[in-house]
Design a protein around this ligand. Sequence first.
Ligand code: ADP
Ligand code: GLC
Length: 477
Amino acid sequence: MKILFVASELFPYVKTGGLGDVMAALPRAMRAQGADVRMLLPAYPAILSAVEVQGSVLALPELMGGGPARILRAEAPGLPLYLLDQPAFFGRAGGPYDHPSDLARRFAALGWAAAHLGRQGDGEGWRPELLHGHDWPTGLMPAYVAYGEGPRPATVMTIHNIAFQGRFPAALLNELWLPRHAFTPEGVEFHGDIGYLKAGLRLADRLSTVSPTYAREIQQAGGHGLEGLLAHRSDSLRGILNGVDRSIWHPARDPHLVCRYDLKHPSRRGPNRPDFQRRMGLQEDPAAPLFAAVSRLDPLKGLDLVLDNVDHLVSRGAQLAVLGTGDPHAEGAFRQAAQRHPGRVAVHIGYSEPLAHQAYAAADVFLVPSRQEPCGLTQLYALAYGALPLVRRTGGLADTVVGVTPETLAAGTATGFTFETASGWALGEAINQALALFREPTAWRQVQRRGMATEFGWEGPARAYLDLYATIPTKGA
Ligand code: ADP
Ligand code: GLC
């Protein structure tokens, strides 16, 4: 089956979070199972300078008011690409979601280009039978398929985060090349606006999200206004857990670490800790339990609960390292916390792939206190690297971390710590539990080993997506 993934991020070229990681791993895992998956994404400068462009397959004099556009054929290692080359929209410096004035039009352009490839093929004999869009930037793609002429490829939408929906004024309808009759609750309309994610969820043949628990939550209170629609489409919605790309995230092969290690050589993890402490400006205290977080600083990530616990952690002799960027208020608060506790609390405001790898390899406890978490990859990387995740029991965190209790300890199934209520107090209790276990090295190592031995591979998820595609009745196109 010919499948076209459509997305706005792809590691290592463009990544703001887990979406980039998943886009790098999932299509390759599906290709390894024999599926002919290719990917369409914007021709960002960072991609154009890194991949091999093989030529132009399609040229348009004008697309969505952004001037001339081309679709290029390119090749990333192990993944054939189509790149939407439209310099006015995608050729500028900055992150993929910067430049708000044409955000609506440029991701409409991406959705339209995907539908166009689905209808016409690439002119070189490759026409996708199925278009698979990821998150709101691709939400209009199923609409362009539904309201367009000609053959109709099947469509699938995956929700990586329902909090970001892409809502834009109804007045844009014409500029987005959508017909009047698309503006209904059965189409792209959402509370008087044009809803990109809403359109995709209403019109795609099948829907998925990135964990079974999140799939339930978004049909209930956690749907950010889309719960009714999702409950209505329940039969078409699957929760498929993300995996870990072991070619990137393996402590035995990680080029960013000063000392590589694995389950058989756990003591080699040791030198990574003073190295990370030094890089972050923490005291090289070998006895202090080291807590770390690597996160977008977004209210849903719950890092404010960590801020509530800074003094508590320090008073108990622990250290805290935070690597993150986002909400300026949270950035400032973490900077102040670091100033208040020099050598004990350190923060790196910014994005650093090497430091992130080093954090997973150095931390004793890895904090993921999210209010909502569709899947979460950081807790999976922490498990693989021997840092015990401490997570709130929500979404994919609930599906991937087994909290320490007397029963799970006895059964040998515990892999981390969990708490329920999104409050600083509840996180503080879980921190106390982690500190107590830290004083019992034998039990600690047992939990650590279990976490490191748990495999979250991409093979199973890749198969689950192919199974989901197989439930779509073939269209006569
Ligand atoms: P989300 O996609 O919601 O941000 P995930 O847990 O799925 O959450 O993925 C986060 C990804 O982004 C991980 O690969 C993590 O290591 C990375 N990441 C987050 N913040 C930073 C940062 N400041 N520096 C480097 N990597 C980061
Ligand atoms: C989103 C979610 C995160 C998930 C990632 C990849 O950004 O916030 O939980 O792991 O997408 O699916």
